[in-house]
Design a protein around this ligand. Structure first.
Ligand SMILES: Cc1cc2nc3c(=O)[nH]c(=O)nc-3n(C[C@H](O)[C@H](O)[C@H](O)COP(=O)(O)OP(=O)(O)OC[C@H]3O[C@@H](n4cnc5c(N)ncnc54)[C@H](O)[C@@H]3O)c2cc1C
Length: 372
């Protein structure tokens, strides 16, 4: 039987959409070229952080705030439905600086955030060390974000896929969609090799690969891969009490006990392999932020391709002039944070309800308008 909705891609975004649609009673079929959560999602640090600045569009700030709010209930629901703990934990963040010029910039950033209703503390070096004794004693100052959280991103995607499957969705791994099937101005399904599957709606949630549909839809979908490398460390030392970030990267202890160090931001096309230079930079960063990590052992290195867009905002909505398709891609560096709200908004669109948040700035047609 034909599904009501086909979802292309089973990262955090696609699985979250599949879960919400299945919960709403729709027949959903998900096609994933590799494994559930096997690309950007599985590579991610899984931080659920709000860190707007003066350049953040208000609609994006509203989107992230609402998504962060939805996480706690989602984590509890997934645990109850699937028994999978997605590692949703409070992970207070210390954003540190060892540099005088950077200290002045952080003061300005904090003033702006306080003016915009955020709770962010200021610590001098001694106070920061008191709070997180693992820090480099040369720390000059730190911003403290008490209300930041984290998840285990691969577990998040796996739990969402399981919950969707339990509700009747079909998730096919190792199944690459080659083409969209179109009829007039509608997408009517997808093709995988010689196999065709029809559906009333298709959701393109294939992350960094979403530009593949631009030609069929005669619409620019300028989502590009932006590589991020990560290193995993094992240590018997006391876990870090905080996630620690700096202008050069971050370290944090995950709910499974691992410590991860990230990350790079590289425009190297569809190449998700870690490199000597990338890994060396991260290995140097870890003991600079927390000297005791010099004794940690290296447990792994990996990389993922973030779905970047020209304006840094996701594409969420129907491509101009098309029915039967919704694009939900381009979540760049915050796709884990944006997982819950993206699915709720896609459900609103497919149910032809007014979306609960304004979507104009995320309109997938905005690049065509600019080009014209
Ligand atoms: C190193 C790193 C650290 C990060 N840290 C954070 C963080 O701390 N917090 C945060 O919020 N975000 C973070 N991100 C960003 C976040 O990981 C991404 O924004 C998010 O995972 C995007 O999810 P997605 O489902 O759109 O993409 P993906 O997880 O890449 O999923 C897309 C899926 O589509 C599949 N696919 C592609 N083409 C096809 C096709 N033709 N047919 C079938 N399937 C297809 C792929 O195989 C893939 O599994 C980080 C990213 C990286 C790389």
């Amino acid at each position: 039987m034909s599904p009501d909705v086909i979802v292309i891609g089973a990262g955090a975004i696609g699985t979250s959409i599949a879960f919400q649609l299945a919960k709403a009673g729709l027949k959903v079929m998900v096609f994933e070229r590799g494994r559930v959560g096997g690309e950007a999602t599985g590579a991610s640090a899984g931080m659920i952080q709000l860190n707007p600045d003066r350049g953040t569009p208000p609609a994006y700030a509203a989107l992230s705030t609402e998504s962060a709010r939805l996480f706690s209930a989602l984590a509890a629901e997934l645990l109850e439905r699937t028994g999978i703990d997605i590692g949703y934990r409070r992970a207070p963040l210390l954003h540190v600086t060892l540099d005088e010029a950077e200290e002045a910039r952080l003061r300005g950033h904090r003033a702006w955030q306080l003016d915009h209703g955020m709770t962010v503390g200021w610590l001098d070096g001694a106070a920061a060390l008191d709070l997180e004794p693992a820090l480099n004693p040369a720390v000059r100052a730190a911003l403290l974000y008490q209300d930041h959280y984290q998840v285990l991103p691969r577990a998040l995607a796996q739990a969402l896929a399981r919950a969707a499957t339990d509700l009747g969705a079909v998730v096919r791994e190792g199944a690459a969609v080659d083409r969209l099937l179109t009829q007039g101005d509608r997408v009517i399904g997808v093709a995988l090799g010689s196999e065709t599957i029809r559906s009333a709606e298709t959701v393109a949630a294939n992350g960094a690969w979403a530009s593949a549909w631009a030609e069929a839809l005669h619409t620019p979908i300028p989502v590009r891969p932006v590589r991020g490398q990560m290193v995993g460390l094992s240590t018997t030392a006391t876990p870090l009490r905080h996630a620690i970030s700096s202008s050069s990267g971050y370290i944090l202890t995950k709910a499974d006990g691992s410590t991860i160090v990230g990350t790079t931001v590289e425009e190297v096309g569809f190449d998700a392999r870690p490199t000597t230079a990338g890994v060396a930079g991260l290995l140097a960063l870890a003991p600079r932020l927390a000297p005791r990590l010099a004794d940690a052992t290296v447990s792994g290195a990996w990389a993922g391709l973030r779905p970047g867009t020209p304006d840094g905002l996701p594409l969420l909505g129907r491509p101009p002039g098309w029915g039967g398709i919704v694009v939900a891609a381009g979540h760049f560096r915050e796709g884990i944070l944006l997982t819950p709200i993206t699915a709720e908004l896609v459900l609103d669109l497919l149910a032809r309800r007014r979306p609960r948040l304004a979507l104009d700035v995320f309109d997938p047609g905005r690049f065509r308008i600019r080009a014209a």
